[in-house]
Design a protein around this ligand. Structure first.
Ligand code: BTN
Length: 338
């Protein structure tokens, strides 16, 4: 079922109210100021605030002072997410769903029907979540995030790998701010790990034609507030969540906004050539989960084992083989040797 996004007038009002409440922080916003901003009567503002309360916002009302935001919803809330993105200056459009087959598939359908890009598709659950290499992505928990961001860049396909890796770096850095002190890592190419357990995976899909890339979809499955004990047996011992890592629940909408902004930043670095202080390999190095560890890379029908030693400037994983040669691995699956 589709939820709402900003072009809807009622939602645009919710976004404005939420923005004003966030902006004023601990201070109160007067009802008359909200009414003026929205171009509606004060009773109408009251009604809109009632609706926000029903949706999980705690808003304190004090006579002669106004309204103050006390707490925000714990579940995905489209207008809150839109307000957070707007406040950060994002140019990404937003479509939110309570349940969908796959956010990557929905992004494909939207672009096929000429939706303006860039945009994000966010859902609280997926019925056919897809992982890398044809795997299934378990998508039952509404405490997690399933999202895709679509761009239409004008770049040669060789730059795609850079975007995928920068997206991992940028997301990992953002998420680190939600779990300070935890050493979050990236397992090449872009699984996010903590102490050897995976808590997020990315599926980047692109449509190419003779002129280059038509669109890129960056899909992220992120375990936010789910309990690892409740995971399907196949992944129970090898997966974790940010809540389990940080020992406290995280604000889902703020995390969603953070990762969308991180993907937007990665796009700006790779495609819009935003200035960065570090190169891809330099940015990768401190987050690299594999460096200095023995790994096996599975490439189609062939297995190559060696010591992982970072990535090269093209984004390929470097494996030092037993005979001392260094082999770049450009695609495939990599496992850590026990
Ligand atoms: C992996 O580690 O195998 C990648 C998992 C990617 C899952 C995300 S969830 C949102 C988006 N929609 C999908 O169907 N897949 C990606």
């Amino acid at each position: 079922m589709e939820s709402r996004f900003t072009p809807d007038l009622e939602d645009a009002d919710s976004v404005l109210i939420i923005d004003a409440l966030i902006e004023s922080g601990e201070a109160y916003v007067s009802g008359s100021r909200l009414a003026e901003q929205l171009g509606v009567s004060r009773p109408a503002v009251h009604g809109k605030l009632e609706k926000l309360r029903e949706e999980g916002f705690a808003v304190e009302a004090v006579r002669n002072r106004g309204y103050r935001l006390v707490s925000r919803p714990e579940i995905l809330h489209p207008a809150l997410l839109r307000a957070l993105l707007d406040r950060a200056g994002s140019r990404i459009g937003l479509f939110c769903f309570t349940r969908i087959d796959s956010t990557n598939s929905e992004a494909e359908r939207r672009i096929a029907s000429a939706e303006a890009s860039p945009f994000a598709v966010v859902s609280s659950g997926q019925t056919s979540g897809r992982g890398r290499l044809g795997r299934v992505w378990h998508s039952d928990s509404a405490d997690n995030l399933y999202l895709s961001v679509l761009f239409e860049p004008n770049i040669p396909p060789q730059q795609l790998q850079h975007f995928t890796l920068w997206a991992g770096i940028s997301i990992c850095r953002r998420l680190q701010t939600f779990v300070p002190g935890a050493d979050l890592k990236i397992k090449w190419p872009n699984d996010l790990h903590f102490e050897g357990r995976k808590f997020a995976g990315m599926l980047t899909e692109a449509k190419l034609d003779a002129d280059g890339i038509r669109h890129i979809i960056s899909g992220l499955g992120l375990n936010v507030n789910s309990q690892p004990e409740s995971y399907p047996e196949a992944i129970r011992g090898i997966a974790t969540s940010l809540q389990a890592i940080g020992c406290r629940p995280l604000p889902l909408n703020e995390v969603a906004a953070g990762v969308i902004l991180a993907i937007e930043e990665a796009y700006d670095i790779c495609i819009e050539k935003l200035e960065t202080t570090d190169t891809l390999a330099e940015a990768w190095h401190p987050l690299d989960a594999l460096s200095g560890k023995p790994v096996t890379a599975i490439l189609r029908n062939q297995e190559i084992s060696g010591m992982a030693c970072g990535i090269d400037q093209s984004g390929a994983l470097l494996l030092e083989l037993p005979d001392g040669r260094v082999e770049p691995i450009r695609a495939g699956d990599v496992t850590l040797k026990k």
